[in-house]
Design a protein around this ligand. Structure first.
Ligand code: PLP
Length: 378
């Protein structure tokens, strides 16, 4: 059976050139990057090359990039550090952030008495930036804004320039979860004020277990992990040299192919959505207008039916990997926190199809034909 992978917002396959770089690193760069002998220096060189690639990709300086094990680690580090080291007492965020933001925030709220305010979002997941402006006007000292660049479930993008300008004009820190957009959309932190952001290699065809955090020089924080002097004392622990080298290569290719990937994947995603809307019954796409959404995500809401309840399962056994917009909690199927926040009707079923440049039109056609057998058609 041909298997089709349409779950690229969850994670992506490694590119062959990334495998190549990692394989070579495993064979030759096994030294400890902290050692000053030849083997250590070989590993160190790979790490510093990757740092240059990441820094250049987002317009940062080398000293502002720190490697981590994941974006989850990076975001936890930033949120904790902002509170403990930078005097943040109030974090303004949204209900549609990733759990790696919302859960640490809940911890900070309950354990450290940090005020957490959730901005309203509309039925497309668009965050109310007029409310942000008003709240920032009324806010006292110690405020940080934490908003994601693109939502991983429904793809809604924020107006990064506007949020950045608002934060700058009110003199508050801006933490941005850029995990879904690093390598996909241009970001230049030397022009757009972002105090902190993070990336994760496995979202852009790099390896799992490698991420980075950008910390602007003006708002350095203290480390979470103490021990060795790795990452200039910001994150102790022997570096994941192979992962970091793979991340550097994956990002280099992503930046090089950025425009072409965007054009190809947008066309595929739009084609998928149009076919579903035209050929199936009562299809809705979550997250607003296609142009205002992360270009590789189609979060498709299917009408209630007995078949819809089993849609995710039936796609899987038909060879199609996509993501369910719901999870089973205490034996009851519940919409995700994001779908709940946008008021997605509970009787409908959402499936997120997320594409990559490795997908083809033929695969889209196969998925549409399969969906026609699994859901009511027009
Ligand atoms: N933020 C967003 C928007 C994500 O989609 C993810 C991954 O699912 C993360 C953060 C966490 O990234 P990682 O898998 O590197 O911990």
């Amino acid at each position: 059976m041909q298997r089709i992978y349409f779950d690229n917002a969850s994670t992506t396959p490694l590119l062959p050139e990334v495998v190549e770089v990692m394989t070579e690193a495993m064979q030759t760069a096994y030294g400890n990057a902290s050692s000053i002998h030849h083997h250590g220096r070989t590993a160190r060189t790979l790490i510093e090359q990757a740092r240059r690639t990441v820094a250049q990709a987002i317009g940062a300086s080398l000293g502002e990039i720190f490697f981590t094990s994941s974006a989850t680690e990076a975001h936890n580090m930033v949120l904790r550090g902002a509170v403990q080291n930078l005097g943040v007492r109030h974090i303004i965020t949204s209900p549609t952030e990733h759990h790696c933001i919302l859960h640490p925030l809940e911890h900070l709220r309950t354990q450290q008495d940090v005020k957490v305010s959730l901005l309203p979002v509309d039925s497309d997941g668009v965050v109310d930036l007029d409310a942000l402006d008003r709240w920032l006007r009324d806010a006292s000292d110690g405020v940080m804004v934490s908003l994601m660049h693109a939502n991983n479930e429904i793809g809604t993008l924020i107006d990064l320039e506007r949020v950045s300008t608002l934060c700058k004009s009110h003199g508050v820190l801006f933490h941005c979860d850029t995990v879904q957009t690093i390598g996909k959309y241009p970001l230049d932190v030397s022009k757009t004020l972002v105090s902190f952001c993070a990336g994760s290699a496995h979202k852009f065809h790099g390896p799992k277990g490698a991420g980075f955090v950008y910390i602007n020089n003006d708002n350095m924080i203290e480390p979470d992990l103490r021990g060795g002097a790795q990452e200039r004392n910001m994150r102790a622990g022997t570096e994941n040299v192979y992962g970091i080298a793979g991340m550097g290569k994956a990002l280099e290719v992503a930046i090089l192919e950025q425009d072409q990937r965007r054009a190809t994947v947008t066309a595929l995603r739009d084609y998928l959505e149009q076919r579903l809307i035209n050929e199936l019954n009562d299809i809705r796409v979550n997250g607003g207008k296609a142009e205002a959404r992360l270009y590789n995500v189609a979060s498709v809401s299917f009408p209630a039916s007995e078949k819809a309840d089993l849609l995710h399962f039936n796609l899987d056994i038909s060879g199609i990997s996509a993501s369910a917009g719901s999870a089973c909690s205490s034996g009851i199927e519940e919409d995700s926190h994001v779908l709940q926040a946008i008021g997605h009707p509970t009787d409908r079923k959402t499936i997120r199809f997320s594409l990559s440049p490795l997908n083809t039109k033929e695969e889209v056609n196969l998925v549409v034909e399969k969906l026609k057998t699994l859901t009511p058609t027009r």
